[in-house]
Design a protein around this ligand. Structure first.
Ligand code: PGA
Length: 235
């Protein structure tokens, strides 16, 4: 049975007061609506600076959210200015994204570096969401989730439009065949209006929204739409 996976990626957005407002709104919705989210994993990936606050809010408000990093260092503890290592990340998060196309594009991250990051993350016991831009890019062994994210579909790219769900499903199928047993999710301009059309595809087990995770109401509704479409499929 499909277990839905939703990974919210805040990218380099929000400061402390925005994050607190987000948690206030999300917690209010969660307690008011009292939805039972079963068979779903929701991971929130804020910037590093907001991980402690997010951890506190999730605990205090009893939210069914896991925390993830948006990246992690390929180095262990040491003289590596600006790096956050896997041990430091694991004090707050149980997941991490590795290989996002924005980091490959803006910071020149290569497959060799990304494979090292995955190795370190797995040694630390972190769960890894590894991003692939197409079915040809290779994923290292041991990743827990593969996120298929065509860079042209990402909302921050000018003219970024979501891929047609059927065609995204065909690419995800090829990835599933290449990496059997690893859940594949889709990312790229996912919204609460189109999420159901993605997660109802056979080979798409969830989504990785960026922009749509920034607003608590939108993100809550997106999760809700996704779970409802799954319930519908399962009944
Ligand atoms: P988007 O971002 O949902 O804003 O397109 C997705 C991503 O880059 O992971």
């Amino acid at each position: 049975m499909k277990k839905l996976i939703i990974i919210g990626n805040w990218k380099s957005y929000k400061g402390i007061s925005d994050a607190n407002a987000w948690f206030d709104a999300f917690s209010r919705l969660f307690s008011e609506k009292n939805h039972q989210w079963t068979d779903i994993t929701v991971v929130l990936c804020p910037p590093y600076t907001l991980l402690p606050l997010s951890q506190q809010r999730i605990e205090k408000d009893h939210l069914p959210l896991a925390l993830g990093g948006q990246d992690v260092s390929a180095f262990d503890e040491g003289a590596h200015t600006g790096e956050i290592n896997t041990h430091q990340l694991a004090e707050f998060a149980t997941w991490t994204i590795i290989g996002h196309s924005e980091r490959r594009r803006d910071l020149g991250e290569t497959d060799v570096l990304l494979f090292q990051k995955v190795e370190k993350a797995k040694k630390q016991g972190l769960r890894v969401v590894y991003c692939l831009q197409n079915e040809v890019v290779e994923a290292p062994k041991g990743v827990d989730v593969i996120a298929y994210e065509p860079p042209w579909a990402i909302s921050s790219v000018s003219g970024g439009v979501p891929q047609n769900p059927e065609s995204a499903n065909r690419v995800c199928e090829k990835i599933v065949q290449k990496y059997p047993g690893i859940p594949v999710i889709y990312g790229g301009s996912v919204t609460l209006d189109n999420v159901a059309s993605f997660v109802s595809q056979e080979h798409i087990w969830g989504v990785l929204p960026g922009n749509a995770s920034l607003d608590a109401d939108k993100f809550y509704s997106l999760i809700d739409h996704a779970t409802q479409s799954q319930t519908h499929l399962l009944t």
